[in-house]
Ligand binder design. Sequence first.
Ligand code: ARG
Length: 525
Amino acid sequence: MAALRSTEIQVAPTAENTEPQEDKTDPSRIEVVSVTDEDLPTVETPTTINVSPLTSRSNTPPPDSSFEKHSDQVRNPIYDPQTQVPPSPTMPITKVQPFMNEEKTWHGRLFACRMELLFGGCVLVVVTLTLGIGLGVGLSCEGKFRCGTSSRCISISAQCDGIVDCEEGEDELSCVRLSGKSSVLQVRSEGEWKTVCSDEWNSALGVSACKQLGYARYVESSSLPCSSIEQDFQNNLISININRSGLQQAIKIHNASHLSKTQCSSGRVTTIKCLDCGTRPRFSRRIVGGNVSASGQFPWQVSLHFQNEHLCGGSIITSRWILTAAHCVYGFAYPTLWALHVGLIEQPVNGAQALAVEKIIYHDRYRPKGLDYDIALMKLAEPLIFNGYVEPICLPNFGENFEDGLICWISGWGASEDGGEGSVLMHSARVPLISTKVCSQPGVYQGFISSWMICAGYLEGGTDSCQGDSGGPLACEDMAVWKLVGATSWGQGCAERNKPGVYTRITQSLYWIHLQMEVSREGET
Ligand code: ARG
């Protein structure tokens, strides 16, 4: 065995490796000793000796003159360090022994060894503790903003101030959000979210705000009396004062120098729209057999084909982005393995044109053994053209609440029973949202439902999503606009009693989604 560690060589007790010889010089110096077979005592030897690392057999001797080239073959008995004659290949091994001055008795050596180990151990513990504590403090970044996954922390007020502090500029991302039912614009400033007052607002700002949310386009903005929005967003107003030329230089709207603390004299706040979404222009409410979906009924539904077979569902959220579940792509996040189909009802899609994927991103905290963070995005190589059969669904806004019992829809080509075959035709079903409280009850999914999940379905069973529906939409209509409330994630069996479907909660995933789209920049509407 030859496990080489830094100061220790495990050796078999052969003659070549026997214990170092006697002490001759200053103990602090690393000594060179030449040994021959004859010099070696025939005493019992330990299996471990402490020596400094055997240096490589290179030709460069270390600076210490007593530390010479050596070979680990014991051959030639004499090598005088004083003469500086390098050993020839036939010359002896020169073992380097750091403990030459110690007690010659085994007892003493053993004791010295122990002391050494003890001391080493103590040093190790101290170093580990220091590093651990230091790292812990660094990693926790308490009360500060952490730059990506690095250990760098910056003050909260430096986040979203228009000045890049983190190496990758993460501190200037996620600085804009849309909140509440009416899509009120908010910017992050001095560590707080502030609602944008409509004073001094102009549409160029809207273009920038949409860009910062990861959209490539901007549709419109309007203003609302502050009193008509949710209470949570009514305080902390801010006006953005920037002209068009300013915007051309600094595309970020949250830049501190553009924010004015003056009162919002109009008392009105800004709402914006970056995408026409959530409508079904081609859906006529004709009745179709059973729960087979009609053309245009769920125009945001995508079929994700893995190696030419339907594997999962997805939802169109912009012309370039498809939202799905992380568990659909985990381990297979290679764009070329996937092809997407949109605007279809019937599988398989013989000859139909498949859409190529450019990029697949899944939540970095998703773990295949876990159930949280089950979200992924696929970026299309080419933007979609919306035509009524292919349409995006709206993302909900921050702080939007979808009431328990609200009737929503699930759709996809999943199995019609647990372990069954996928469906040829896209099916859909009405399912009510179930509160986390009810869904976490004993007998349901006690201890399994996190803030990243939302349950929907029936405790009595009978209607549910199933294998093959994953990643697909849980869509809810809200004032004639359809919003993506969940992405099909998991369930115990399918449609079983007390085992409703569990969906990734989109309101929880908004920062992640917009961040990916913002970073990827080219996200288009
Ligand atoms: N994980 C499944 C899939 O990959 C979806 C399961 C949904 N199950 C349920 N009972 N709702 O397709």
